[in-house]
Design a protein around this ligand. Sequence first.
Ligand code: AMP
Ligand code: FE
Ligand code: FE
Ligand code: ZN
Length: 287
Amino acid sequence: MVQPADIRSPSDLHLHSDHSDGTQSPAELMAAARAEGLGTVALTDHDTTSGWAEASLAALSVGLTLLPGMELSARHQWRSVHVLGYLFDPDDAALRSLTGRIRSSRLDRAAEMARRMGRDFDLTWEDILAQTAPGATVGRPHLADALVAKGIVRDRGEAFAGILHPASEYYVSLYAPDAVTAVAAIADAGGVPVVAHPAGRSEALPPAVLDSMRAVGLAGLELGHRDNREPELGRLADYALRHDLIVTGSSDYHGSGKPNRLGENTTSPEMVARIIDRARARAPVRP
Ligand code: AMP
Ligand code: FE
Ligand code: FE
Ligand code: ZN
């Protein structure tokens, strides 16, 4: 008999599986999350919903509440912006066409980066494919894993600091919609858009851009994330309070692909309830 997680068990709303750049299947991920004592999780693979079906079944069987989600690639001018979307309609035509375009650009970009790296290193496209689950959203982490497998770098971190860094000669950018378009696409699909790690590595989004994102349905900010830094974090916390935004905390777990640990940041039950209340498209899958 499955024991459903206690309603007070912690919620971690930003997890990756091997349908993008995590290292575990959705089922393994749900089992790991339950073993860690989490009660509610969101699967948020980059630019795809292909892991939802497996994750839903696995969440049911281990007694977890699952919020289906995604981390949508976007940009503001030169900087990369990630927008988490929760509980949207996975069949929404506009959103599907947008994610399809991003994933296809990611494939072309990975192939071009592999070609450039192949000029200087013993690395082929087959080496990249060997690190990528069939149909997964491909990204630099898969290129990093291939570099590790070939003994060219020690780990993903070393790859990202050098060969895969945006300043590197091997780097190629990918197509991504601007941040306001990304928020609108999720909101129009009935979902709840939340900016991921909004005070992360590069400088935070200016208030005017956040205002534009709110105007098209931005619901929240992921203030609890290991990449967030002061002073931008404090400024964004003030902004969230002033505009009564949903505030989340999450791990951004990638399995063994990153040091982030399951449940290292969590989201309060009140905030989880606000996300569910705000979604128009789809009820969460409950045990
Ligand atoms: P991409 O979107 O293909 O350019 O790759 C960005 C992804 O790489 C993000 O989703 C991060 O999770 C991952 N990433 C960024 N920096 C690192 C790092 N130092 N180690 C491991 N993964 C990273
Ligand atoms: Fe990632
Ligand atoms: Fe991200
Ligand atoms: Zn992420």
